[in-house]
Design a protein around this ligand. Sequence first.
Ligand code: GUN
Ligand code: ZN
Length: 425
Amino acid sequence: MTVRAFRGEIVSVPHDPLTDPQAVRHDPDGMLVVEDGIIIDRGAYAALAPRYGDVPVDMLPGLIVPGFIDAHIHYPQMDRIASHGEQLLDWLDRHIFPAEKAFADRAHADHVAGLFLDELLRNGTTSALVFPTVHAHSVDALFEAALDRNMRIISGKVLMDLGPDGLADTVDSARAQSDALIRYWRGKARLGYAVTPRFALTSSEEQLQAAGQLLVDHPDVLMHTHLAENERECAEVAARFTQAADYLDAYDRFGLVGDRSVFAHGIHLSDRACARMHESGAGVAVCPTSNLFLGSGFFDFTQAARHGLKLGLGTDVGAGTSFSMLHTAGVAYQAGLMRGHRLDPFRALHLATAGSAALLHIADKVGGLMPGQEADFVVLNPAATPLLARRTAGADLAERLFALQILGDDRAIASTYVMGERAAC
Ligand code: GUN
Ligand code: ZN
């Protein structure tokens, strides 16, 4: 049994400030007590220190926040970030599908998976819901690399029987490989599985049906896909699924809309779809840098709030332009304003941590820095650049968080801790 303590300014937002006025937890001079990677106590240093007199204390200058939780990202796309010139469907054909074909080679998958997880840690991200490729071994590569780093990672083989040559599975192979992966990886370390149809346009109705059946057979896994991102995509879905009320309904008809469903984007949603999502408990991974990069549009935070939608924040690399959840939260603020919404910095931090955790059904484990949770946290340096230093000097907590959100990126990550251990990255 190892007990350690960390002292510094601690802030977390375990609940949504939109609905809970007590959402923010702030200890200006705080202490986190960690036993074997689990937080066993948290509070003011002056109150806790006498109780843990013989426990070694690490001083952490800066702002201690929960490790970031990226609710939607693609590891095989990391080397195609910043690929010029196209909106979604042409971007997939020209840049992404060729890159994903290279993951037929397991050694390539292993290599990229390691680089990818180290880049997450370097940016302060300790948990993520990750798209791999259609290849079953792309999941093994990611999960093995996550085991090496003790990270909380959720992923699942991509289902795409209508995908391009060299990147398409079949209904039967998708079902059998997903089932085998779920059974093999279930309960291992900090890993979780998500049934992952790429999007409505790359799966046959039979495959969407099979995905729904996998969720019935394995009620502990998530469902992860894309929804209503791009106008041409939406038009093609409407043309193909003529019986469906809207894009969400095309998934709903196959049992893919429920409490454990995570939909990336949701830029073009009907009120009916929002109401149905709320009723079912499904939620959206908001991916603002991706939505700007591919010219998809701006997420409507006002509509989402009206319907009480469950939200998390995702980078969506490689359409997303940064691994940094600070930067992503900064762009979320700007995207929000484009549709008349003022995302406040505490809610932004919530979305990047406990909000994403709730969406991914891991909020009992991470995201709030509360006793009983795993000690995944980040030390932010509010003086990481000369400009940040000037802007945050003497500023109150809300102003410092907002400055970090707008000006911060990987440079502001002083250190990343995974289950109480400093990550080497
Ligand atoms: N829709 C279907 N596949 C993808 C993808 O790889 N990235 C994004 N942003 N949207 C998608
Ligand atoms: Zn995506």
